[in-house]
Design a protein around this ligand. Sequence first.
Ligand SMILES: [Zn+2]
Ligand SMILES: [Zn+2]
Length: 277
Amino acid sequence: MWWCKRNAAGGRLAPAWGRLARLALVLAAVVCERLWPAERRPLLARGHVQDACFLALHAIVVIPLMTLLGVGAATLIGGHAQWIELRPAQNWPGWLLVPLTIVAMDAANWLAHYADHRSDALWRFHALHHSQEELSVLTSFRAHPLMHTTGFLLASIPVVVLMPGRAIDPVLITAYVCVGTLQHANLRWTFGPVGRVIVSPAYHRLHHATDNQAVNLGVVLTIWDALAGYARFPARRAPLTRTGLTGRPVPVEQAGPPRPVLLLLADQLAEPFRTQT
Ligand SMILES: [Zn+2]
Ligand SMILES: [Zn+2]
């Protein structure tokens, strides 16, 4: 999902095989969406095609941008802010330190998402993600490239503080990213009892409802929502909520006659920079 690379670690992004694993998960989710869709729609529905363009943008622009940011942040912290490193933590056992760091990263991701909804300036970039009216696993990639910066840097902090000079196992980072990617799938899956702790597609869909985006801000864990009073757990057979933004403040592919996808993509990316009336 948009936030997915907020997994700064010693090796800031999932490695190449991790990205392939994520791609395999996306393909598997697409198959599941064909078999058990929450909303039945054509494979090449406008929303799916447009979000596939965002997937390409993600590979071409976002991954290199995050790599650059990661290297820049590491250099900056290494040179000027070593005081934030919690040295005693280096003696803590891995079974304690690694889960603690991942949970702290998830909290940072939650805070970044909260800020996306609370700050007008950040919301202008985040609105593109919420503009999708046909959610699918590909919506995980529907995000403005600049939206990643605050979250990525914020999520770097727990890693720098708790695990300076060490890397989290790429398998764990990949698993974290994959769980986060699945949340946009066009599936009714609630994950049963596990869904009380891990964000499920049905849980995250409530965050994309047209009438209330203030709930279910969790990225992978639901506990931050529960602590903040923002958790709304989906009922198994509840009517499906409509998704998107009321009034379509961001240009969307579902409006009017079809437009060339790349022109529309450029239009969507330019939206945060337009003067608002
Ligand atoms: Zn949001
Ligand atoms: Zn989302």
